[in-house]
Design a protein around this ligand. Structure first.
Ligand SMILES: O=C(CO)COP(=O)(O)O
Length: 276
């Protein structure tokens, strides 16, 4: 990407942002997010792989549907993916720097992301927490900064398998009171494992998150905030998950690389909204 000068770290570049390509959507429609991280099911995500899946998906879903589609490609492909897709799909980054851009070599700033037209950033993904070592406080600071600059935040929360087994699911997520936030519940044990949460397990946590928002923020925020589920979502399990009252959409990794399956997942969210 032209903007990533080696010595300039996360400083904003002179790259001109394109005009907004944001599709209008109402806050309480379904969300569907695609996060094909660098490596999924042993397969390196290449842009043409992702793009061909997205093109297949685009042919199979009605672009006038209510489902809000956001794609989060690896950083190096953001520009390519953005420029190859219809305006109907918004782009998210998979991470951002904690504060204002500066000399932080190797980091990507919020300013750079908005500069190239990103609307969203995923923060607190389990791999950032458990592999890189980011904690709630660090993620909270990142979220606050991204939001202050107008970037939407897809905030990921989720428990490890041993925490679920020890009954700690409800202690793990400390969700700050953010506006312009989509909350993604991703049980760590379900990510990339093929072991999906049951609809009831997911619904139980989503309800608890909504209750948390109600108590700690407001009833309005609780009802408007989209809470999406991630972790081994596929074409076969999406419909039952989507039927759950508090599951507003999905964060999908591996299945996003399979176009027809991807369309099935998008359409499962749409069907729910149409039925509502
Ligand atoms: O965490 C996820 C995407 O970032 C979920 O991945 P999978 O859908 O492959 O389990």
């Amino acid at each position: 990407m032209v903007t990533a000068a080696v010595s300039s770290g996360s400083s904003p570049s002179g790259y001109l942002a394109k005009p907004s390509q944001c599709a209008d959507y109402s806050p309480n429609i379904g969300s569907f997010l695609v996060d094909p991280t660098q490596q999924h099911i042993g397969q390196l995500v290449q842009p043409w792989n992702l793009l061909s899946s997205l093109q297949v998906m685009l042919k199979s879903f009605n672009q006038n549907t209510l489902t809000h589609v956001v794609v989060a490609p690896p950083f190096v492909y953001v520009d390519l993916v953005k420029n190859s897709l219809t305006d109907r799909i918004e782009i998210s980054a998979q991470n951002s720097w904690i504060g204002k851009g500066g000399a932080f070599t190797g980091e990507i700033s919020v300013e750079q992301l908005t500069d190239i037209g990103c609307k969203w950033v995923i923060l607190g993904h389990s791999e950032r927490r458990h592999v890189i070592g980011e904690d709630d406080q660090f993620i909270g600071k990142k979220a606050a900064y991204a939001l202050s600059q107008g970037l939407g935040v897809i905030a990921c929360i989720g428990e490890l398998l041993n925490e679920r087994e020890e009954g700690k699911t409800f202690d793990v997520y400390a969700v700050p009171s953010w506006d312009n936030v989509v909350i993604a519940y991703e049980p760590v044990w379900a990510i990339g494992t093929g072991k999906v949460a049951t609809p009831q397990q997911a619904q139980e946590v989503h309800v608890a998150v909504r209750d948390w928002l109600k108590k700690n923020v407001s009833a309005e925020v609780a009802s408007k905030t989209r809470i999406i589920y991630g972790g081994s979502v596929n074409g076969g399990n999406c419909a039952e998950l989507a039927k759950q009252e508090d599951i507003d959409g999905f964060l999908v990794g591996g299945a996003s690389l399979k176009g027809p399956e991807f369309a099935t997942i998008v359409n499962s969210v749409t069907s729910k909204k149409v039925a509502a």
